[in-house]
Design a protein around this ligand. Structure first.
Ligand SMILES: O=C(O)CCC(=O)C(=O)O
Ligand SMILES: [Fe+2]
Length: 315
């Protein structure tokens, strides 16, 4: 297949007021569109209007302020977990920098990080990041409720939602300032449950289709990308699709993006419920602990494998 495709990702409208009530015809219709999009593309573009324009604008001002801090200050946000602290200055991805904020929906946690970066305080930063994360986590739960319902797994709903934490990772990709396109972030699948991406007006995100083409995402201020990760796909016995995606940069302008990642808690064993395993759908993945899976993913063997998940726990 060619390396480029001009098709678009499925677009789903979550800004209808009826959607606050599960069970309405609108809910049911959107639920089946979510299922279809995730089976075919592993992601979709969503319009979601519960985050005010003020917060959305403030988020990008906060990101600029954060990445403009001296490197020594950014490095103070260290984490033992890969990609949970400050990441940057990697020769393989020289345009890329990111900062992880664990439990970004919890005020005290965000406040702690803020104090690490700005000892004198920065209430606007804390408030913006925490409100954004909390409001978007409601959207994550809504989408996951639809997915769980669509597989008839309602009895696992509370366990499923309670088994995850939220990591907000904020990213900056410098413009390469060259005539040709440069890599921003290498192609990968996400390893978590659900990722919700949001970004400024600078293009760069590309999603691979099942036939190998790349869809270039054209951002708009009201649009979020909802994408599933390998752990959710494993829990659903491989019944959805987790998409490879990458960031390709061109031009002079910096791209700022945010990903809200729902991540399985340490020690929680991801095991496909019996309802999604049958003769037509034999078990694809053995039960696993997400933290152990990540250790494998970041090992040499994990980095080499075309699918780290299959290599780690494929049946
Ligand atoms: O910057 C983006 O839009 C994508 C980031 C991404 O794929 C990731 O952090 O896993
Ligand atoms: Fe990703």
């Amino acid at each position: 297949m060619g390396s480029e495709s001009y098709s678009k990702l499925p677009f789903l409208d979550f800004s209808k007021p009826e959607l606050t009530k599960p069970g309405t015809p609108q809910w049911e219709s959107l639920k089946s569109q979510v299922r279809q999009a995730l089976e075919e593309y592993g992601c979709f573009e969503a319009s979601f209007d519960k985050i005010s324009a003020e917060i959305r604008t403030a988020v990008f001002e906060s990101l600029e302020e954060l990445f403009d801090l001296p490197l020594q200050t950014k490095l103070r946000n260290a984490s033992k977990k890969p990609f949970h602290g400050y990441v940057g200055q990697y020769p393989q991805v020289p345009l890329y920098e990111s900062m992880g904020i664990d439990d970004a929906d919890t005020p005290e946690k965000v406040e702690n990080l803020t104090k690490t970066l700005w000892p004198q305080g920065n209430p606007r930063f804390s408030k913006t990041i925490q409100s954004y994360s909390e409001q978007l986590s409601e959207f994550d739960k809504m989408v996951r409720k639809m997915i769980v319902e669509s597989f008839g797994l309602e009895k696992y709903m509370d366990e499923h939602i309670d088994s995850t934490n939220y990591l907000l990772r904020v990213m900056k990709y410098k413009g390469p300032k060259t005539p040709d396109t440069k890599i921003g972030l290498h192609s990968h699948t996400d390893k978590n449950i659900v990722t919700i991406l949001y970004q400024n007006q600078v293009e760069g995100l590309e999603v691979q289709t099942k036939d190998g083409g790349w869809i270039k995402f054209q951002p708009s201020p009201n649009s979020f990308i909802v994408m599933i990760g390998d752990s959710l796909n494993a829990w659903l016995n491989g019944r959805l699709h987790s998409a490879f995606h990458r960031v390709m940069m061109s031009g002079n302008e910096a791209r700022y993006s945010l990903g809200l990642f729902s991540i399985p808690k340490a020690g929680y064993i991801i095991k496909a419920p019996e309802e999604v395993v049958d003769e037509e759908h034999p078990l694809v993945f053995k039960p696993f602990d997400h933290v152990e899976f990540l250790k494998f993913y970041y090992s040499e063997a994990g980095q080499r494998a075309p699918s780290a998940l299959h290599a780690y726990c494929g049946v």
